[in-house]
Design a protein around this ligand. Structure first.
Ligand SMILES: Cc1cc2nc3c(=O)[nH]c(=O)nc-3n(C[C@H](O)[C@H](O)[C@H](O)COP(=O)(O)O)c2cc1C
Length: 663
């Protein structure tokens, strides 16, 4: 059914908050919008729905995939379309009578005057980094007596600055003229948001880099910015309501539940602003030194879908993030996985058992990842010539084929979200639904033993004693020294210091002590050096969790295949925990020490460590039963809690691939 457009009916629901006369007045107004991306597109559509009758809009860019998180016009049908055309069409779909003047070029000195002809208000939506163009447009507005507003999306809030004719100008407020570009950007940011409400929850500072001209954004901030800006537009055009004009600024942050009005006479020359600028410059240069996790580049030989499978499979966990695997691309759909281990230098990986569990986890992850590409992954373990040698490297041939059923595996979306949370969790117990799902996840041949309620304090005590063995055994020292990467949020091939679970003082102490075994030994012997890490990393988190668990095999694991199967069960359990909204922490060392004692495996030359490990093994058996302790394959804890903000990432796929030519 075709229906004629009628302005009065289309915008009739504005009446009440507007009188009919005011609505008619808005219909006769023209607004200029430069930039139709993050906020500009939303401004255009919201102001169209407010009933504004005419716009002058400018944009020279086209929509790209990375715009999708926030730009209203960024949709699949608009991909690669000029933003100007797409947004003009979207606005005309709301009001076909709109009077639009379109500028498909950058706004600069040669077209500013034409751009601002007949304009009642200028709405700033230029890219944050287009600081010179912004300066020019605001200056032209000031010359022509045009009110100009900027509503910046910041974090999960918005900071609004309005410049009215005859009041403080943009240049007077920000003081950008003659400054280098990076300084102009810092001044713009601090001037926009003197309260900096968003700063406290920037969880990944490496996303902010003024040199590379990038910063993070949220859709909520864009929507809030549009709402705040359109309200100011309405007040200015209708001459009613209080408008906070520069040097007043308004910052509303939805994440912090905070609204702040700032007053900065002198703008960025105000002493508080100078101070904030000093801090901002330091923070910016620190964040610009942070590197971002690398994205994997395309590899020849491999089918692109297989490459996606390997890329996702990389996220399988491994002890100390060692990633004991490499991929050999044999053909487009065929890959050989080379397994390795760290038995030669890691006290926790004697005989490569922990690495074999990780390899099992990798194979399980690849199976699940294949389902996301409509593929099936069949895996055959190759019997290599030195199968009997103590340090042989297992090989697996992976053959990918079209899956009969293209439904993605239910755990697919948990692969990248799964991670290790070493800090305290909530003590809320597990509900029956989650426990049942975790019990079922391990599959045939395995079961789960839970240690809950009061038993948590017994496990916490066990972990506390166990940590003493870890921290005082000389053979463990080089492992602890080498696995931590200091001063980073993410680590490709180790554990970032912040993911270990210590507070900043503990991290600083650990960094100092880890320079030599003598330092560690001195602290341990004379300064009760094991107490702080044992309390923070073992005892408290051992108490603060929903439950400890042990995955047990029906029969004690003996062979590589047994451990691969156990690794697969571990990964299904871990991914299921992630899917159920639980955090997860492996507690493997008590299990490892107990097995060394049970099997008489020498792991240290220090008798006191052997004696402590013997006590541990006894306690472990008392808690779980001697039979179950011997069948245990994975020990850990789960609980509700926050997602860790610092974590191990992975080596880029290119570094995990041995060769990219046919083998
Ligand atoms: C077999 C195995 C044993 C592990 N043992 C421990 C452990 O005893 N303590 C610990 O904190 N993390 C342990 N982890 C977790 C790894 O350190 C972690 O998976 C790795 O650093 C990658 O980090 P992510 O899990 O956050 O991706 C273990 C992981 C695996 C696969």
């Amino acid at each position: 059914m075709s229906m004629r457009f009628d302005y009065a009916t289309a915008f009739s629901r504005n009446i009440g908050w507007l009188t009919p006369t005011e609505q008619a007045l808005l219909r006769g107004r023209r607004i200029a919008i430069a930039g139709l991306g993050g906020v500009g597109g939303a401004h255009l559509l919201t102001l169209t729905r407010l009933g504004i009758g005419a716009f002058t809009i400018a944009d020279f860019d086209h929509f790209e995939l990375h715009n999708f998180n926030r730009q209203v016009g960024a949709t699949l049908p608009n991909l690669q379309r000029p933003k100007l055309d797409a947004m003009a069409e979207a606005a005309r779909n709301i009001n076909p009578e709109l009077d639009l003047r379109l500028f498909a070029e950058a706004i600069g000195s040669d077209n500013i005057e034409r751009f601002l002809d007949d304009v009642d208000i200028y709405v700033d939506s230029l890219d944050f980094f287009a600081v010179e163009a912004r300066r020019q447009v605001f200056a032209a507005c000031a010359r022509r007596g045009i009110p100009a507003i900027t509503a910046a999306p910041l974090g999960m809030g918005t900071a609004v600055l309005t410049f009215l004719p005859g009041r403080m100008s943009f240049e007077e407020y920000f003081g950008l003229e003659g400054k280098p570009e990076r300084e102009q950007l810092a001044r713009f940011l601090i001037g926009l948001s003197p309260a900096m409400l968003q700063r406290g929850y920037l969880v990944d500072p490496s996303a902010v880099n003024f040199i590379e001209r990038r910063g993070p954004s949220t859709p909520m901030a864009c929507d809030l910015a549009t709402g705040a800006l359109a309200s100011d537009v309405l007040k200015i055009l209708l001459g009613r309501g209080k408008v906070y004009a520069a040097p007043w600024g308004t910052h509303f942050d939805a994440y912090r539940n905070k609204l702040v009005h700032t007053w900065r006479p002198g703008g960025n020359r105000h002493p508080l602003q100078r101070l904030a600028l000093m801090v901002a410059r330091r923070i910016l240069s620190r964040s610009e030194k942070l590197s971002r996790p690398e994205r994997s580049a395309p590899l020849p030989v491999l089918d692109t879908r297989v490459q996606c499978v390997l890329d996702l499979g990389r996220w399988a966990p491994s002890g100390d993030n060692t990633q004991p695997w490499r991929f050999e691309a044999v053909g487009p759909l065929e890959v050989i996985v080379h397994g390795c281990d760290t038995r030669d230098h890691v006290i926790y990986d004697l005989f490569g058992r922990a690495s074999q569990l990780a390899l099992g986890g990798l194979l399980e992850t690849l199976d699940i990842a294949a389902s996301g590409e409509g593929l099936r992954c069949s895996c055959e373990r190759l019997a290599n010539v030195d199968d009997t040698s103590p340090d042989w490297h297992p090989l697996f041939r992976l053959q990918f084929s079209e899956a009969a059923d293209d439904t993605p595996h239910p755990l697919l979306r948990s692969i990248e979200a799964r991670c290790t949370q070493r800090r305290m969790m909530q003590r809320t117990p597990l509900d029956a639904r989650r426990k049942a799902a975790l019990d079922a996840s391990v599959g045939a041949g395995f079961s789960v033993i839970w240690l809950e309620g009061e038993q948590r304090s017994a496990v916490a005590k066990l972990l506390f004693r166990n940590a003493h063995v870890r921290l005082t055994t000389p053979e463990a020292y080089p492992v602890h020294r080498d696995i931590i990467e200091y001063g980073v949020q993410y680590s490709e091939d180790r554990l970032p210091d912040r993911a270990v679970g210590l507070d900043p003082i503990g991290v600083a102490l650990m960094k100092w002590a880890m320079r030599s075994w003598e330092r560690v030994n001195f602290l341990n012997t004379y300064c009760a050096g094991t107490w702080l890490p044992r309390i923070q990393l073992d005892w408290l988190p051992g108490l603060f969790c929903a439950a400890h668990f042990m995955i047990v095999a029906d029969t004690p694991p003996r062979t590589l295949d047994d451990r691969l199967a156990a690794g697969r069960a571990m990964q299904r359990f871990w991914l299921t925990a992630t899917q159920l909204g639980l955090q997860f922490q492996p507690e493997m060392t008590p299990l490892i020490f107990a097995s060394y004692i049970r099997e008489g495996i020498p792991f240290t030359g220090k008798q006191a460590s052997v004696d402590s490990a013997r006590w541990l093994a006894g306690e472990f058996e008392r808690l779980l039963g001697a039979d179950a302790a011997a069948r245990g394959v994975y020990f850990g804890r789960v609980g509700f809690g926050s997602v860790p903000q610092s974590r191990s990432t992975r080596l880029p796929l290119a570094k995990l691939v041995l060769n990219t030519t046919s083998a």
